[in-house]
Design a protein around this ligand. Structure first.
Ligand SMILES: NC(=O)c1ccc[n+]([C@@H]2O[C@H](COP(=O)([O-])OP(=O)(O)OC[C@H]3O[C@@H](n4cnc5c(N)ncnc54)[C@H](OP(=O)(O)O)[C@@H]3O)[C@@H](O)[C@H]2O)c1
Length: 326
């Protein structure tokens, strides 16, 4: 341990979980840029982490591995977790977003950690899905732990709003749910979110539950499509999918889900799709029953339009691999 919680030293010893994820990588780099010592606990075979991070391998789902391979009886100041289920299936969400975190929190406390920064999601404010309930359950454990905590609840990531670039380039229309104006968001880039997570260590006002979006006003999916066509210099082409079609898919898969675990997983994926097609990623005002862009905090300077422009100009796109849910 290197100092009292009220007066954090500039260089802190950080245990980072989920450092191989999209935001975990950005957070690792931002923490290193701030001068911290960063120990990444990752699954065997992980590659591409920053050279100056310390890499330890093991299983975040195994308490003995967390103790012996990650913390190793050493002292740490802060735990940052960007660990999250890659599939969003109920079983995986409860195993990762809840149980692995509860075990890691116990080990972190034993290691002398005084502050935990947790990557969560703004959508847990209106929980309807298994992964949201799993996240909320751990958020409560953390809030009741007596440790200082920063629960970072971002709006939407650029990768999640870039999935149609390929189909547009292939001459297909941009797909919209409803009229494409059912939802809105203020997305935040990986780089800006990584910096925000690192800032939580030295800005003691960043404690508690922290909804966070990117710069500028909120915009709708239709606006995103319009940008893509504008940047390509092509006339906009949209295809609208009725939300009722999603409802029918959700209902069919829910009925089939009673037959097998595989179909149950598919039903949950359909519910996740329906949720994001109809709920804005902005702060929810329970008083007015509306999402509110004005009360959604902003951070950073990267914009989605510039991100689209960079990809269309040839910048590499993120490989989402087999898991494209989050
Ligand atoms: N997408 C959005 O627009 C959005 C918006 C707001 C909030 N969020 C939230 O952000 C989180 C996702 O962040 P992200 O996109 O950075 O995540 P990601 O790229 O999917 O990375 C997930 C991380 O968790 C690790 N992990 C997953 N399962 C594991 C397991 N069984 N054992 C050990 N490690 C495991 C992964 O390790 P491996 O690399 O070894 O798999 C990886 O480091 C989710 O909680 C989501 O709800 C997403």
């Amino acid at each position: 341990m290197t100092g009292a919680p009220e007066d954090p030293p500039r260089r802190q010893r950080v245990m980072l979980l989920g450092g191989t994820g999209t935001i975990g990588r950005a957070a690792a780099q931002a923490l290193l840029d701030e001068g911290h010592e960063v120990v990444c606990f990752v699954r065997p075979g992980a590659a591409g982490l920053p050279d100056n991070a310390v890499i330890r391998t093991g299983q975040a789902t195994d308490v003995a591995s967390l103790r012996d391979d990650a913390f190793r009886g050493e002292g740490f100041d802060v735990m940052v977790s960007c660990l999250a289920s890659r599939s969003g299936s109920p079983e995986d969400a409860w195993a990762i977003d809840h149980r692995a975190h509860v075990m890691a929190l116990d080990e972190a406390r034993r290691a002398g950690v005084h502050h935990v920064v947790l990557l969560s999601a703004i959508c847990v404010q209106k929980p309807r899905l298994a992964f949201q309930h799993a996240k909320l359950a751990f958020e409560k454990v953390l809030a009741d732990s007596g440790l200082a905590y920063s629960i970072v609840r971002p709006t939407a990531y650029f990768k999640s709003l870039s999935g149609q670039i390929d189909r547009i380039r292939r001459g297909k229309p941009f797909l919209l749910f409803g009229d494409g104006q059912l939802t809105a968001t203020k997305p935040i880039s990986d780089h800006d979110l990584g910096r925000y997570i690192a800032l939580c260590l030295r800005d003691s006002s960043l404690r508690g539950i922290l909804p966070i979006g990117g710069p500028g006003p909120a915009f709708t999916p239709r606006q995103q499509g319009q940008w893509l066509f504008e940047l390509l210099g092509w006339p906009p082409r949209f295809r609208c999918v009725p939300v009722a079609m999603l409802d029918a898919i959700v209902a069919t898969l829910a009925a089939l889900g009673t037959l097998s675990p595989k179909l149950r997983e598919k039903a949950e994926l359909a519910r996740i799709g329906r949720y994001y097609a109809t709920e804005s990623m902005l702060t929810w005002d329970a008083g007015t029953g509306r999402y509110d862009a004005d009360t959604t905090p902003s951070f950073g300077s990267d914009t989605l339009r510039d991100h689209y422009a960079a990809i269309l100009a040839g910048a590499p796109e993120q490989d989402l691999g087999a898991h494209r849910v989050f």
